[in-house]
Design a protein. Structure first.
Length: 276
């Protein structure tokens, strides 16, 4: 007969397996995806990244992105965090392994160690987008810019952009019936400029940077600003649009194919000094 234990404390829980949190820098062509976020139907960038990670580590691994781009929107540098089991191969080897598994226009540019509490979405201090329009048929950028018969008046549009700067309620530029708690955003920069890159000419680019963006906000900004550029509304009408908080008063959303998520920025304090 075994002696009774005098220890009345509850049995200890099994220790959780150690993990290391990392930031994955992801670039993707969103043409064939239903957006960043996992959806009940359709293939998303997030689901493909989670599939590749789970295949590489032979266990389920989830990721959280800095933003939730819509179907057809692209990204130069989308940050996402994930918890990798320890021990694991060198991070550079993980990056190469993910690129070997991923197909169809998704690439992991880097894998960077961060502190355990770092969050790709909530720790981001700013997000930046680019939108491209062109006045000519382009064999190289045709699927990634909005082709117009003529370019709009850039001076008028930049005059209108100044009304976006600062903290405002951007309900007039958001899709209706979203799940966000509020529609206030702080826009740091917003402007149009002429661009000429290899394979892209007679074109303009809209750049906007803010602490956060609402669903469909950038594309509605672009559609409304083009109405200003084609003299269908005045630059000062943007101020009234913001004040009215009525989506029906703004312009139509521009096509998704010409929108690029450029980057998210983070405080230096979230990056780990331990590369593991």
């Amino acid at each position: 007969m075994q002696p009774l234990s005098l220890d009345s404390s509850p049995p200890s829980k099994a220790m959780e397996a150690p993990v290391q949190r990392v930031f994955l820098e992801v670039a993707y062509d969103g043409t064939n995806y239903c957006g960043w976020q996992v959806q009940p139907r359709g293939v998303s960038v997030q689901s493909e990244l989670e599939r590749a990670l789970s295949m590489l580590f032979r266990q389920p691994i989830s990721v959280t992105g800095a933003g939730r781009t819509d179907a057809g929107v692209h990204a130069y540098s989308m940050m996402a965090h994930a918890d990798l089991p320890i021990p694991h191969p060198p991070l550079a080897q993980i990056q190469r392994g993910l690129c070997g598994i991923l197909r169809g226009g998704i690439s992991v540019r880097s894998v960077t160690p961060v502190i355990p509490t770092a969050h790709a979405r909530f720790d981001a201090t700013s997000r930046r987008y680019h939108y491209y329009i062109s006045a000519c048929s382009n064999p190289f950028w045709g699927d990634y810019c909005w082709e117009r018969r003529t370019l709009p008046d850039m001076e008028l549009m930049n005059e209108a952009c100044r009304h976006f700067i600062g903290e405002h309620d951007f309900t007039s530029f958001s899709k209706l019936h979203t799940q966000t708690k509020h529609n206030r955003c702080t826009v740091y920069t917003a402007h149009w400029e002429q661009v000429e890159m290899p394979g892209l000419w007679d074109a303009m680019r809209y750049e906007v940077c803010a602490n956060r963006f609402l669903h469909g906000m950038v594309r509605t900004m672009v559609g409304t600003l083009l109405e200003v550029g084609y003299e269908q509304r005045t630059p000062d009408s943007i101020a009234e649009l913001i004040q009215r908080e009525d989506r029906t008063l703004a312009g139509s959303a521009a096509p998704a194919r010409a929108l690029f998520f450029v980057e998210a920025t983070y405080p230096d304090s979230i990056y780990s000094l331990d590369p593991q």
